[in-house]
Design a protein around this ligand. Structure first.
Ligand code: 5GP
Ligand code: ZN
Length: 121
């Protein structure tokens, strides 16, 4: 795949706009452009990895950093002892639409019991 066609690579290269909330050497955090809840963030590794299926054993440090960024930004943008869902869609049939690995952080006022299948409002 030509990386210039990847929207997240373009956001990382600053050739596409985004609401950047956090960045470090390995990841950035932006707001999802189509939020499904009051807080909907995306943690995106700087390196283009298409999905979890392409993650390699040598990516262990990056994978750990990606996961450790979750509570860090959750504390900052949701609150202390934040309550939220994390989602990583893998493959088109699962709902993955951007084939550059990313973690969704989704939070809001839970109004239904099944937080996995229903939206948070
Ligand atoms: P996926 O469906 O691949 O798990 O998630 C991709 C997410 O990226 C979607 O929630 C979609 O709204 C978001 N998204 C797609 N294009 C853009 C964009 O240009 N900017 C931002 N901030 N989010 C995007
Ligand atoms: Zn990319």
């Amino acid at each position: 795949m030509d990386m210039s066609e990847c929207i997240f690579c373009n956001i990382l290269a600053k050739t596409a706009p985004a609401d950047l909330l956090y960045e470090d050497d390995e990841v950035i955090v932006i707001r999802d452009v189509h939020p499904i809840a009051p807080v909907h963030l995306l943690i995106i590794p700087r390196r283009h990895i298409a999905s979890l299926n392409e993650l390699q054993p040598e990516d262990a440090a990056l994978a750990g950093h990606l996961l450790l960024t979750v509570p860090k930004v959750a504390r900052q943008f949701i609150g202390e002892n934040a309550s939220y869902r994390t989602v990583i869609n893998t493959g088109a049939a699962s709902g993955q639409t951007v084939f550059h690995l990313h973690v969704h952080i989704i939070a809001g006022r839970p109004s239904v019991s099944n937080l996995f299948t229903r939206r948070l409002h």
